[in-house]
Ligand binder design. Structure first.
Ligand code: NAI
Length: 328
């Protein structure tokens, strides 16, 4: 249809925003036939920088870009939004404890949850990229009681893509030959990238690799610590790849996952795989038309069980911390 889809992006003047907005405007998210209106949220001191980004968006003369609105008021930015990509967050600064970080982000995501509840379109989908992404998504969800909880997700697609890339390199396969990779749990160093159900060219990935030491000592830590490796090399955190994963995740959520494959997405647990309800945890999911289903019935071996339990424990600890701060 020719009605523009309204996509809200927070933290729009940040690093990820600088890559994300141009790809959304070029049609990478919604496809070549769907016009898009961008609704950009920033904090007041960043509005000037955001103005510069909007000048550059203008200068691209994107055929699909049907308008850009900017604001430092979440109720304005989220007004009528069909998709909200919550990228902006408070980074950890020197001397900041984990509890301080949860509290600072808690303030942002309670306010944004309430604003989404009040202002977004009735079909809104909310994807959280800003860290700590899983718990930020939980806070936004719990502060938006009128929006079904299935409309919220947090980004583990970057971890998923990183894992595909590492597995392809190890096996000499093309990335397109890798299917059914799963990231379980938290978008953090405890995440568990699982190849036991993955396929390489139709064969079981763990059997193709046949090297448990590589899985434990190389693959899992490389994927889990990739963010730190990029900071070390580049001098700033991953941004283009995070933007690309944010696009992949939202595109596949709205337009569907491929037959014979699944994605990793952090969503409200329904108790599947003994992950407690009340946390936002990454699962294998299939998607269609803006809905997702957690893939059921996978056999979880002892190694995977231990890894899933550890990352889930971190999420329940984060949930307890934000609950004790009164944020959920
Ligand atoms: P950045 O610091 O370059 O940009 C963040 C932007 O958010 C800033 O422009 C800031 O002014 C804005 N902001 C802060 N509070 C805001 C609020 N209340 N409302 C609206 N905007 C607000 O950071 P970058 O590199 O763009 O990363 C953004 C977030 O994404 C960080 O939390 C980062 O840790 C996270 N991230 C998540 C990944 C994932 O896989 N889930 C991967 C990479 C980054």
């Amino acid at each position: 249809s020719n009605t523009p889809v309204k996509v809200a992006v927070t933290g729009a003047a940040g690093q990820i925003g600088y890559s994300l907005l141009f790809r959304i405007a070029s049609g990478a998210l919604l496809g070549p036939d769907t016009p898009v209106q961008l609704r950009l949220l920033e904090i007041t001191p960043a509005l000037k920088a955001l103005e510069g980004v909007v000048m550059e968006l203008d200068d691209c003369a994107f055929p699909l870009l049907a308008g850009v609105e900017t604001s430092d008021d979440a109720n304005v930015a989220f007004d009528g939004a069909n998709l909200a990509l919550l990228v902006g967050a408070r980074p950890r600064s020197k001397g900041m404890e984990r509890g301080d970080l949860l509290e600072a982000n808690g303030a942002i995501f309670t306010a944004q949850g309430k604003a989404l509840n009040a202002s977004a379109a009735s079909d809104v989908r909310v994807g959280v990229t800003g860290n700590p992404a899983n718990t930020n998504a939980l806070i936004a969800m719990r502060n938006a009681p009128d929006i079904p909880q299935e409309r919220f997700s947090a980004l583990t697609r970057l971890d998923h893509n990183r894992a595909i890339s590492q597995l392809a390199a190890k096996t000499g396969a093309a990335v397109t030959d890798i299917k059914k990779l799963t990231i379980w749990g938290n978008h953090s160093a405890t995440q568990y990238p699982d190849i036991f159900h993955a396929e390489v060219g139709g064969r079981n990935a763990a059997e193709v690799v046949d090297d448990q030491a590589w899985v434990e000592n190389d693959f899992i830590p490389t994927v889990a610590k990739r963010g730190a490796a990029i900071i070390e090399a580049r001098g700033s955190s991953s941004a283009a790849s995070a933007a690309s994963a944010t696009i992949d995740a939202a595109r596949d959520w709205l337009r569907g996952s491929a037959d014979g494959d699944w994605l990793s997405m952090a969503v409200a647990s329904d108790g599947s795989y003994d992950v407690p309800e009340g946390i936002v945890s990454s699962f294998p999911v299939t998607t269609k038309d803006g809905s997702y289903e957690i893939v059921q019935g996978l056999e979880i071996n002892e190694f995977s069980r231990g890894r899933i339990d550890a990352t889930v424990q971190e999420l329940t600890d984060e949930r307890d911390a934000v609950a004790s701060l009164g944020l959920i």
